[in-house]
Structures are given as C-alpha cells and as structure tokens.
Design a protein around this ligand. Structure first.
Ligand code: BJW
Ligand code: ZN
Length: 258
C-alpha cells in the first residue's frame, strides 16, 4: 500500500507490532538532505563518470588517481556536511527503542556522528574516512584537509614499499565483511519491523534484506522520494524526502514507544 504523508500514517500504525523491534536498512537517500550525492540517476554523475563505474577494483587498478580524486571530492563534500532530520530521527528512535539496529550502505559515518550507538550500526559497505593497504592489514584515517586536496599524491602504505592505500569501502564484486553480514542478518531475524530508507534497492546482498524480512512475516515500510524495485514487496511506502517523512513518522508512532 502506498501512502501519502498527509494520511498521517493512520493505516500504517494499525499494522505496527508491539513491542517494537526495529531494524533500518539505509541508503544514500538518507544523506541526500545533508548535501551528499546519491549513486544513481543524474546525481550519480561526477565529471561525466558514472559512480557505479568508479566503485570497482578494476577502475582503481586502471586509474587510481581518478578513483582517489572521486573519493577526495566526496570527502570534501562530507567534511562540510551536517546530519539532517532523518539521521536525527534515528537517534530519537534509538532513545525510545534501545534494540534499534541500523544497517547502512552509506560510507559517510553520519549515523554515528548524529549520535546513534556505534555498536548498533553496521556500515556494510565500509567507511570513506579510512584508507587501507592493498596488501597488508594497515589501516588509517585519511579524512584530514591535507589528504583530500585534488591531484595530491596517492597515499602509500608505510609497511609495504610502493603499495597504494585504497578507500576502506566495499566495491562491486568484493565480499562484504562476514561479521557485518552476520550481525545484519541476526538483527533482521530478531526484528518485527523493518524501515527501508532512501535506497534504490538495486545492490545485493542488501537489496535482498527486505525480502528476507517479508519471508519471515515482518512488516516492511519504505521511505523514498519515488517507487523502487522494493516497493511492491513493502507493506507500506511513504513517498517524500525522508528528512521530512521520518520525523513525522516518529511523531505519529511515538505513543507506541513509551
Ligand atoms: C531519497 C532521497 C530523500 C534520494 N529521501 N529517499 C545478486 C544478484 C545480482 C547481482 C549480485 C547479486 N549479488 C551480488 C551481486 C553483484 C553486486 C550487485 O549487487 N550488483 C547489482 C548492481 C546488480 N554486488 C556486489 O558486488 C556486492 N558484493 C557481493 O555480493 O559479494 C559477493 C559476490 C560478488 C560478485 C558476484 C556475486 C556475489 C558488493 C556491493 C558493494 C556496493 N558498493 C557501493 C560503493 C560503496 C563505496 C562508496 O560509497 O564509494 O555501495 S556501490 C553503491 O550502491 C554504494 C551504495 O551503498 C550502494 C547502494 O546505493 P543506494 O544507497 O541505494 O543509492 P542509490 O543512488 O542507488 O539510491 C538512492 C535512493 O534514494 C533512490 O531510490 C532515491 O529515490 C532515494 N532518495 N533522495 C528519501 N531525500
Ligand atoms: Zn601494507
């Protein structure tokens, strides 16, 4: 069922199980209200490059300067970004619902900066603020002003001669961290409500999480500005910018959380 925000979530509230155990599956639409670009559509273009073509190991091997410049540009945007009302709603939700789990595909770290408990966040596609060695276990923060200057040198590993560092993120074709996947699927098993926020639902395995929840009989509610491939399996879709719809949603369900 697709709901207009003006319906005040009345029909949805009837469906919400009690006591609530919520897991949220987050995508780049949550950080859009903070000025962060999304991946697909016109927003996913950077200097005529398609974001999906840059987020691969092959692209990095072919042109590490180009891929690093893309990440440096995104870090510059991120360093001037602030959390938005969507992130802040997830913090308030956790205050009322301690077992909230956030499975985020976003690498920006904004859920933790907003104030969610890091132990209740799985950053399943990694973290843009860290860089790691291509061959050893070395990992370091690189989100400082001097590191994100366009066309600066590519960071190298202090332990391995002439080996580049790469962003600590998960590119297409790479395995997701086993512990992250375990934690995410455990939260899905335990939840009775899944909130799917600002994701196109096109990148696996995360795109399969709503279906897994549905197969287990959980209620799934989507927050997006437009229909996605997940809309047909969701119990409800709330269309509109999530930085506006999430606060309203929390306000309307808060009496269930006290
Ligand atoms: C708003 C809004 C507002 C805007 N409010 N909403 C099964 C079937 C088919 C293929 C595969 C499969 N399993 C694995 C694959 C291969 C591949 C895959 O999924 N390919 C698909 C493209 C088909 N998956 C992988 O390779 C994964 N690895 C893996 O599974 O390993 C095992 C394996 C390997 C190979 C073969 C088989 C198995 C790894 C995926 C890693 C994805 N990495 C990236 C980059 C991360 C680093 C970085 O940030 O640079 O993750 S790609 C990119 O997409 C990024 C995102 O996290 C991810 C999802 O994007 P997201 O967040 O949904 O953004 P958008 O732009 O797509 O959508 C934004 C949404 O927001 C839109 O809907 C807007 O409408 C909405 N919106 N403003 C609310 N204000
Ligand atoms: Zn190394």
């Amino acid at each position: 069922m697709n709901i207009d925000i003006n319906c005040m979530f009345k029909k949805i509230i009837e469906d919400i199980p009690k006591p609530l155990k919520i897991v949220s599956v987050v995508g780049s639409g949550l950080s859009k209200g903070s000025g962060m670009p999304t991946f697909r559509g016109k927003d996913g273009l950077w200097r005529n490059y398609n974001a999906q073509d840059l987020a691969t190991l092959q692209a990095f091997r072919k042109d590490p300067h180009l891929v690093w410049n893309w990440y440096k540009w995104r870090m510059r945007v991120l360093l001037s970004a602030q959390t938005n009302a969507g992130h802040q709603t997830l913090v308030k939700l956790e205050e009322k619902c301690a077992n909230l789990g956030i499975i985020t595909q976003n690498v920006d770290g904004l859920n933790e900066i907003a104030g969610n408990d890091p132990s209740r966040i799985v950053e399943i596609h990694g973290r843009i603020r860290y860089a790691r060695c291509m061959s050893c276990d070395y990992i370091t923060r690189w989100d400082t002003e001097e590191n994100i200057i366009e066309d600066g040198p590519i960071p190298k590993c202090p332990n391995c001669p002439n080996t580049f560092l790469r962003p600590d993120v998960v590119w297409f074709g790479e395995q997701l961290d086993h512990n992250d996947l375990y934690k995410a699927t455990d939260w899905i098993d335990q939840c009775n409500l899944m909130l799917v926020i600002g994701t196109s639902g096109t990148v696996y395995p995360v795109a399969s999480f709503p279906q897994i929840a549905k197969n287990q009989g959980k209620i799934v509610i989507e927050f997006n500005i437009e229909p996605t491939p997940l809309t047909s399996i969701c119990d409800h879709s709330i269309f509109g910018p999530c930085e506006e719809t999430l606060p309203k949603f929390l306000e309307d369900i808060s009496y269930l959380l006290t």
